[in-house]
Write a protein that binds this ligand. Sequence first.
Ligand code: ADP
Ligand code: MG
Length: 351
Amino acid sequence: MKNFFKSVRRHISRLDAGQLREQYNLISDEAEFFDLILGTIDRGIMVLDNNGGVKFSNPAVKSILGMEPAHAVESLMLPLGKSSKSEVSLTYPESKVLELQTFPMKDGTLVLIRDATADRVRSEEELKAGATQAVRDLAAGVAHEIGNPLNAISLNLQILKRKLKNDETITECLHQVARLDGIIKGFLAALRPSKPNLMPGSMAEPLTACLKTLKQQFEDRRISVTLDIPGVLPSVAIDRGQMEQVYFNLLKNSLEAMKDGGTIAIAVEADDNDVSVTIHDSGTGMTSEQIAHLFEPYRTTKSNGTGLGLMVSSRIVRDHGGTIAAESAKGGGTAFTVRLPRIERRIRELK
Ligand code: ADP
Ligand code: MG
């Protein structure tokens, strides 16, 4: 094509009107053909003049940039009259990753623009998934390995405790070992979630069991607990052990949020769709900043906390097809609500 145009140019003064018309038709067909390609291709193609002004741009440029090319060109910081390739992130009007290429041409610069957002997101996710899995495996391995010597230490401490007739130092050591053990168990539970074994049951039953376990701790801290359960409660699909863990985490947090006694009001309710349990404490409450990061791992405000309790709890509730929500005002106490779908609703939704 290049050679054809060159030869026409060379001989143009010798062409008569008929030949010129013929050449003109050829060129205009050619121009239409390129127009069609430029108009339909999904890559942005743009020509800038030597001052960076837009001489030409195809429709894809505008749709990739999300605005008139002339308005965007400055922010792309394209090197004029040079070959280059770069990646830029746009945040406005939406966040995107663009791949830009420039080529010098006569009296200007050719710019090619490709939307690389999808590629980039995919490769980042692949990277993240791979790295996370490796770190998880490593962490789970280490935690598991720590568990064994910890058990041995605990056993030997118990023997010593008997020999030394309940020596206080040994008791404290045992207490700390038990704490470490708890941290590791929580950590492993967080890393290796087990799917709930769902059976029809009552949402209140594991709750009352859990309250029984914690009864002494409530009394020691002068916390009064009220429990409001309707006479008849619809069934939910529940893994009793896992839900007991959820209640335990929530109640333990309420307990830890109170220094000088207080109240915990628990209400079990049912509507047409769900059964819910609300645990409302009169503890310290949380700031909106704390609430914003709730359920994220390792977020703790306690010197001996793990920040895993709520994360594990929210995952358990999610695996039950339910929701967990928190409401709090600093100084105004905190209410956590766990909601599980009634069995009839689950069956309806699964149909
Ligand atoms: P941990 O109890 O080990 O800190 P959790 O995941 O159970 O970890 O809780 C995370 C954080 O959420 C706590 O450190 C605390 O700041 C806040 N929190 C949770 N429940 C309550 C509550 N009932 N009242 C006040 N703060 C709470
Ligand atoms: Mg906790």
